[in-house]
Ligand binder design. Structure first.
Ligand code: CP
Ligand code: NVA
Length: 321
């Protein structure tokens, strides 16, 4: 029987129940790193980078190896993609040799094109628009600190800073899929695309969550269960550094902002972090910060995601059991 070819290009490529299955599997990998080895052989998984990375590179390379596979890590400078070979041709070639393609690149349309031509699962390892692997890790981190995956629906998460970037978009969609109350706060000019907000609102209606986009950081922080921020200057925006250092100061995550959230609120940051800019050292290095668990959870969440995707394709629900 032929299974389903599924991809993870944006956070709403899985529904509530599917996201829950992936997170439960992530909890299992957290407890036992060698819980499942679906790529035993080893089968290769291509991991491609058009942008720099520390966590995504190390977690996918380690994770694929721990799943029994061979991580074929290729940088832009070392591939023909970097010299203009069509995405479609790259997809056709990698599909013949690998069991999955993971790609960090610029426009979302590039991962969509890869998925259109690949016959193996394609995973978005960050585009300008979304970072779905990070959100899975972040949700897993909350679940670990709050008694399990079933604790997620109904919680309030709040993100501060560049609310038009990939992390903000992914919190909107991924949080809505999880049935959470998602708040996103940033200055005018750096608020999320209305189309993404509308998608998140439609999902939240079905999952019991809600969406708030605001320019008021205090409104967003009040009684939140988890506070998030991210760099004010994403990869590819380095030329805007001077413009981008000004509008975000009111959205810095500092002790004052944390004090508005629940007393036991968690703090997360996808990293790399710039202390003294989007977050103070007192918060990121303080007692409410779980950023190192969050970084480690990239490994567990992505192993779960790859196992789930390959299980769907092989029609093998046993990989979830
Ligand atoms: N959070 C994250 O994706 O980190 P890297 O850019 O180091 O992969
Ligand atoms: N918004 C950041 C996330 C880094 C993991 C960027 O795209 O650079």
């Amino acid at each position: 029987m032929t299974g389903q070819l599924r991809h993870m290009l944006r956070d709403d490529d899985v529904n509530h129940e599917e996201q829950r299955q992936i997170l439960e599997l992530g909890m299992k990998f957290w407890k036992d790193r060698y819980y499942r080895r679906p790529f035993e052989g080893p089968q290769a998984v291509a991991v491609l980078f058009d942008k720099p990375s520390t966590r995504t590179r190390s977690s996918f390379a380690t994770g694929v190896a721990e799943l029994g596979g061979y991580p074929l890590v290729i940088d832009k400078s070392g591939s023909q993609l970097g010299r203009g070979e069509p995405v479609a041709d790259t997809a056709r070639v990698l599909t013949r040799m690998t069991s999955g393609i993971v790609w960090r690149t610029f426009g979302q349309e590039r991962v969509e094109e890869m998925a259109a031509y690949a016959t193996v699962p394609v995973v978005n390892a960050l585009t300008d628009q979304f970072h779905p692997c990070q959100i899975l890790a972040d949700l897993l981190t909350i679940a670990q600190h709050r008694g399990g995956v079933d604790a997620l629906p109904g919680m309030t998460i709040a993100y501060f800073g560049d609310a038009a970037n990939n992390m903000a978009n992914s919190y909107l969609l991924g949080g809505a899929v999880a049935g959470m109350h998602v708040r996103v706060a940033g200055p005018n000019g750096f608020l999320p695309d209305p189309g993404i907000v509308a998608d998140a609102e439609r999902i939240a209606e079905q999952t019991g969550g809600s969406i708030l986009v605001t320019t008021d950081p205090q409104e967003a922080a009040r009684d939140a269960d988890c506070i998030f921020t991210d760099t004010w200057v994403s990869m590819g925006e380095e030329a805007e550094y001077a413009i981008r250092s000004k509008p975000f100061w009111d959205y810095q995550v500092n002790d004052g902002l944390m004090a508005l959230a629940k007393p036991d609120a968690l703090f997360q940051h996808c990293l790399p972090a710039y202390r003294g800019k989007e977050v103070t050292a007192s918060v990121i290095d303080g007692p409410q910060s779980v950023v190192w668990d969050e970084a480690e959870n990239r490994l567990h969440a992505q192993k779960a995601l790859l196992t789930w995707l390959i299980g769907k394709q092989r029609d093998d629900d046993g990989l979830l059991a």
